[in-house]
Design a protein around this ligand. Structure first.
Ligand SMILES: [Zn+2]
Length: 70
C-alpha cells in the first residue's frame, strides 16, 4: 500500500492510501483538477513523478484536434 502523509498539527498526522480515485494533478493547459490512475500513467515504465503531466479530457481533445502532440 502506498500512502501520502501530512502533519496537520504537532499531534495530528493524516495518512491517506493512494488509489485510482484519490490521486489528482493539475491540467498543464487549463489548470483544472484531473483524477489520475498512477498505475496507468506509469504503466510504460518511463514516466516520473516530476516530469509527467496529465491533461484534462477537454485539453487532450483540443490538442488532438489541433494536431499537437500531447
Ligand atoms: Zn485542461
Amino acid at each position: 500500500m502506498f500512502y501520502t502523509k501530512a502533519t496537520l498539527t504537532d499531534t495530528v498526522e493524516v495518512k491517506v492510501e493512494l488509489n485510482d480515485e484519490n490521486v489528482f494533478c493539475t491540467c498543464p493547459d487549463c489548470g483544472d483538477e484531473v483524477c489520475v490512475d498512477l498505475s496507468e500513467v506509469f504503466a510504460d515504465g518511463i514516466g516520473d513523478m516530476y516530469g509527467t503531466a496529465v491533461l484534462c479530457q477537454n485539453c487532450a481533445m483540443r490538442r488532438i484536434e489541433h494536431g499537437k502532440s500531447v
